[in-house]
Design a protein around this ligand. Structure first.
Ligand code: ATP
Ligand code: MG
Length: 573
């Protein structure tokens, strides 16, 4: 490809719309442009990246026996009404009406479509297992579209759906997808961590996420990991043993109300009462599907909202505002407690909060707390359930060693769906004995547009992008320093032809620009290998070869360039 005929609108300055380095680099490198919040154009370079990554995904999915299909993005509401998700999926779904006022949606995911596709058609166990996948656009009206392609409202996903006759066969299908995922991410130059995760609005039994670990501020997910036994889980799911080592009091004391002027937050109360935060139990008020609920966790622990949502089976969950806090407690924010609430609401209590004896809680009165509160004696829990977020220093639930917490970006996931969708949408088959059974299903996603951007959080330097070779838009950039010099132009053209004939993707910067401009652009767009053609080395029949990642430069004879590039590519990620 010739730069002069291509469209690479690079930008010199930082763009204010981009918070993340990866987003910044895609904008500045001329890869993407924004049309609206969470809606982007993919420019020619980005299109090539998407194609490269899609082809890796397609190849590995095909190898694993999955069959590519395309399911429509537009879907009638009825299909989603059958699973119940038309109501429960919430505001994330993009709705529309057709000209007959018929309710339609733009699919945020395709479990319903895939299941309805085979329902009534796949009738015998002999037709199973079946794995259907697509690489397709999805729509989600994300509450916080941000970070460029990381969290768009329109984005591309690879999604696959498996249908099996029994658990044993399903286990093989699931493992087949897990293996394919490792192979896909490895080819894309990314080492990923498979972690246990919440099943969320997908339903089903178990799920895993594939995380790209990052040390930038792009990690939207936190992972509790045990480096000793390999246990790893999203903190929204992670089990753990408390690592704080606190011991409960042995003697139960009488409740006592106490004034705490000016002390509302955990820090203020612990400072005022001169007690450790582990002696406090905080009462957090939420509104779950329109109704107030209270969640109690030990003073030093963070509540994880996904754990709470799961415990409640809620679709929508938000922190209660000051008005609701006041209605429920009769006090301003900061003094809620389980004893003497004005309204009877569900009280969900974390086991670590249950274990605190003689705890300090809010008194539901301004600037007052109660000492020596004990569960069962002083208040009753509606449910005792794990609500605390795992943190660094907690102990592994499997082996008891100390865990660490890492930041990650979710690039893919796999769900064990069970029979939720097959029962609801009638995807049933006759087994060998002639009995009718629902298919056992799995669903499997990979972010086709998110993953390459996520990769850039890892692969960049202060000058720009450093693409992993297999998802780079081109492997090589040829930079003739002076196009007006016929010798340089001719040598560049020859190398361009030789590399192209050898099946290597090449971009030649044939613009009449100063070398400085060309080098800056080359560093910014980040192609893995650069060939520089200048008068001096050309006199000796040589060109300069270097990788984007390293400053080492080699002189290579014109006739050896193809071999040198192939050899160098072998050594690159
Ligand atoms: P997240 O927790 O990040 O919102 P999710 O659990 O909703 O993701 P899935 O619905 O299973 O994810 O989607 C499969 C994959 O699609 C994700 O692993 C991610 O890579 C990608 N993806 C999900 N939502 C978006 C989005 N809004 N923009 C870009 N990619 C996305
Ligand atoms: Mg999501």
């Amino acid at each position: 490809m010739r730069w002069s005929k291509y469209y690479i609108p690079t930008l010199r300055d930082d763009q204010s719309e981009a918070e993340l380095i990866s987003h910044q680099l895609l904008l500045r490198g001329g890869y993407i442009r924004k049309l609206a919040s969470g809606v982007y154009f993919y420019l020619p370079l980005m299109q090539r990246v998407i194609d490269k990554f899609s082809n890796i995904v397609r190849d590995e999915m095909n190898k694993a026996g999955a069959l590519e299909v395309t399911m429509s993005v537009l879907c009638p509401a009825e299909v989603w009404e059958k699973s119940g998700r038309y109501q429960t999926y919430g505001p994330l779904m993009m709705h529309l009406k057709d000209r007959h006022q018929h309710d339609m949606l733009l699919c945020p995911t395709h479990e319903e479509s895939a299941t309805s596709l085979i329902a009534g058609e796949v009738r015998s166990y002999r037709q199973l297992p079946l794995n259907l996948y697509q690489i397709q656009v999805k729509f989600r009206d994300e509450i916080r579209p941000r970070f460029g392609l990381m969290r768009g409202r329109e984005f591309i996903m690879k999604d696959a759906y498996t249908f099996d006759a029994d658990e044993e066969s399903f286990a093989r299908s699931y493992q087949g997808m897990v293996d394919a995922y490792y192979a896909i991410f490895k080819r894309a130059g990314l080492d990923v961590l498979k972690v246990e995760s919440d099943t969320g609005n997908m339903g089903g039994k178990r799920a895993h996420e594939f995380m790209l670990l990052v040390d930038t501020n792009a990690g939207e997910e936190k992972i509790a990991a045990c480096e000793s036994c390999g246990y790893a889980a999203n903190v929204e799911k992670s089990k753990f043993k408390d690592g704080s080592g606190v011991k409960p009091d042995s003697e139960i004391k009488e409740m006592e109300s106490i004034d705490t002027p000016g002390a509302a937050t955990i820090e203020e109360v612990t400072a005022f009462l001169k007690v450790d935060a582990t002696r406090l139990v905080k009462t957090l008020l939420f509104v779950a599907d329109g109704k107030p609920v209270a969640a109690l966790v030990r003073g030093d622990r963070d509540l994880n909202e996904i754990k709470l949502k799961r415990a409640l089976g809620a679709v929508e969950l938000e922190m209660a505002d000051a008005d609701i806090v006041n209605q429920v407690t009769g006090a301003p924010v900061g003094f809620a407690g389980p004893v003497g609430l004005r309204q009877e609401i569900p009280l969900l209590v974390d086991p670590l909060a249950v274990a605190v004896k003689n705890c300090v809680v809010g008194a539901n009165e301004n600037e007052k707390h109660i000492l020596n509160v004990n569960i069962d004696r002083d208040f009753k829990a509606t449910q005792v359930v794990d609500l605390s977020e795992a943190r660094a220093g907690d102990l592994c639930p499997e082996c008891g060693e100390v865990m660490v917490v890492k930041d990650g970006i979710e690039v893919g996931n796999t769900f064990m769906l069970g029979t939720k969708y097959s029962e609801a949408l009638g995807a049933k088959f006759l087994d060998a004995e002639g009995n009718e059974n629902p298919c056992i299903m799995g669903s499997y996603g990979i972010g086709i547009t998110r993953t390459p951007q996520a990769a850039l959080e890892r692969f960049h330097d202060e000058k720009g992008i450093i693409w992993p070779k297999n998802i780079a838009p081109f492997l090589v950039e040829i930079v003739p320093l002076k196009m007006e010099d016929p010798a340089q132009a001719e040598a560049a053209e020859k190398i361009y032809q030789d590399l192209t004939s050898a099946g290597i993707d090449v971009l030649i910067d044939d613009r009449d620009e100063r070398p400085g401009v060309k080098f800056n652009d080359a560093d910014l767009i980040g192609l893995p290998i650069r060939l520089t053609i200048g008068a001096k080395s050309l006199k000796n029949g040589k060109v300069e070869v270097k990788t984007r990642a390293s400053s080492d430069m080699n002189l290579v004879a014109l006739e050896d360039v193809v071999e040198a590039v192939q050899g160098l590519a072998e050594t690159l990620n």
